[in-house]
Design a protein around this ligand. Sequence first.
Ligand SMILES: [Zn+2]
Length: 423
Amino acid sequence: MKPKNKFQQKVIEASKKLPPLTAAQIRWANTKVLNAVGRRTTKGDITCLDCGEVFHNTTKQKRCICPHCGTKLSIEDTRKRTFKQCRYALYITTCDGLQVIRIFMVDYYAKIGTAPRYYQTEVMQRWIAPNGKYCTLARSRVWGTMYYDSWIYSSDLELHNETWVYDQIYADDIYPHIKLIPKLKQHGCKKVLRGINPTRMFIALLMDNRAETLIKMGQTELLRIYLNSGSKFNTYWPAIRIATRNGYFIKDATLWCDYIDALQELGKDIHNPKFVCPQNLREEHDRYIDKRNRHRIEKRIAEQQAKLHESEEAYRQAKAPFFGLSFADEIIHVHVLESVREFFLEGETMHHCVFSNGYYKKDDSLILSATINGKRIETIEVSISQLQIIQCRGACNKETKYHNRIIDLVNRNMPLIQKRIAA
Ligand SMILES: [Zn+2]
């Protein structure tokens, strides 16, 4: 694509001035970005795939240091003779008053017995002006592929428009010495946050005063959530402002946002510092998440009220002979579910289908709940005619570590169930 405006023209010119990578920058990519491998034979001979030397090591450790070149190696026990890797490496610098993010593809090819080969190919440059305007220079990619990595190395770095594609291409492997334009420094930027596309972060810091505010307050975790969550973050802004005004520092941003979500769902006033600035966040978070979960269950019970009500009497008539039946060992307590409402709570807390599939309507099934100190552990279905356990499941239908113990306990007490049938 030909440059369409002065900014793009300036970028094309500036791009020609970017220096090649220094020896130190290349060494960093080869050793820190790529995963250096030590290939071990069954005899314990390790070939260092960084320097090619061989040494002996039979420890059980997964990593070791090459005694010849000092590189940290991860040991692979394999007969494989060739090794390939490719990874992105980012270099952040400035040029002609513009912020630049240079993205290189580092290719590595090693064959046992020959010296390993490394190649660094610059595949992309992102250019950002102090006013937030930006553009992308990139090599061509193979058409018709979903892989963003299929670069055509022989093509030229040219202006490209498909921003959404290039926005996907970044990595946390950023050369530690970064250069920033003065405007970014003024806006509070010191480094790039892990897991965030640096281009996105720089543009936000230049153009969006919310991003700038967050970083200047030292709320980098909140900034990360902001950049990753988009418009959902709007709900947190009033609360963040109140926290700031009250000199409250949000230490664990994820936990705090989660807590604010719960407050909101419970209809609490998230403009009230009493709620927004808890002394003990962890404690209040757990308390309100618990409240919120109970609130959700109550809400669903209310929605199901009619259905519950009409089944309740039928269940009572069918299973009343078993009501009050319970038994226990030293830690596990087992009892018969005595209402459809209890089926509902069992299904909600255990995330399985004991309620939704209408087990309370099954004539031949007796449903029991195994608990420890009142906490539900597993749900048991017993066939009344066969006096046999049909299934026994924990939360999300998984077995718990008490599974066999519960089965054993129920089987030992099967005569108690039998007695109720006879009566
Ligand atoms: Zn070595």
